[in-house]
Design a binder for this molecule. Structure first.
Ligand SMILES: CC(C)(COP(=O)(O)OP(=O)(O)OC[C@H]1O[C@@H](n2cnc3c(N)ncnc32)[C@H](O)[C@@H]1OP(=O)(O)O)[C@@H](O)C(=O)NCCC(=O)NCCS
Length: 174
């Protein structure tokens, strides 16, 4: 039997979750988004989708997608450092891609620090491949960004990919 403390719930991000989101944001990013930036993103309901992952009432991760025409852009993805390697980012990305598919979005892109091999490995599981660089993209360190894309996420084949990623996820324990 799975204990309640091991159940991860992924639901739409709401303002009431932002305290927990900002705690993680400040822990993992050198230039964290502000409360106001999250609020303005959440207000853009037609083009933004944000999900939060929770264990009980504790926020353990969050991720976002911006959609324009038939393209999507992962705006942010982060997991509480105490809760990594338990499939939380994978769960969040599955939800974001299910949402993209339901809106008919076919292609999705993102930027990731060239040094962030953990995130790149996570994105590769979803079919993202490197497609270019943005030089000096990150103001804090002037680090380059790797641009990654995944195409045809609206197809049945991509749906099967999401299902197989979901099947590999087991219960989560701390
Ligand atoms: C990158 C990040 C989102 C991954 O979250 P997570 O919940 O640990 O990811 P998952 O458990 O779903 O892991 C999915 C896959 O990512 C890869 N991965 C995750 N962390 C990794 C690490 N430290 N080293 C190598 N690969 C890693 C693995 O392929 C992993 O699959 P596996 O555990 O079956 O091997 C998380 O480490 C994080 O928040 N980092 C700081 C913020 C950040 O870098 N965000 C992305 C900005 S573009």
């Amino acid at each position: 039997m799975i204990a309640e403390s091991e159940i991860i719930e992924v639901t739409p991000l709401r303002r009431r979750h932002l305290r927990g989101v900002l705690r993680i944001e400040r822990a993992v990013y050198s230039q964290p988004w502000s409360h106001g930036l999250f609020v303005s993103e959440l207000a853009l309901r037609n083009t933004r989708t944000y999900f939060v992952a929770r264990v009980g009432s504790k926020v353990v991760g969050y991720g976002g997608l911006m959609e324009a025409t038939d393209e999507g852009h992962i705006t942010t993805l982060a997991v509480d450092p105490e809760w990594t390697r338990r499939g939380i980012a994978t769960r969040l990305l599955i939800s974001l891609f299910e949402s993209a598919r339901s809106h008919g979005t076919a292609d999705v892109t993102l930027e990731v620090r060239v040094s962030n091999l953990a995130a790149q490995a996570c994105y590769r599981n979803f079919g993202f491949v490197p497609a270019g660089m943005r030089k000096n993209y990150y103001p804090d360190t002037k680090e380059d960004a790797l641009i990654m894309w995944v195409h045809e996420v609206d197809t049945p084949a991509y749906g099967e990919r999401l299902e197989s990623l979901a099947e590999r996820l087991g219960p989560v324990s701390q």
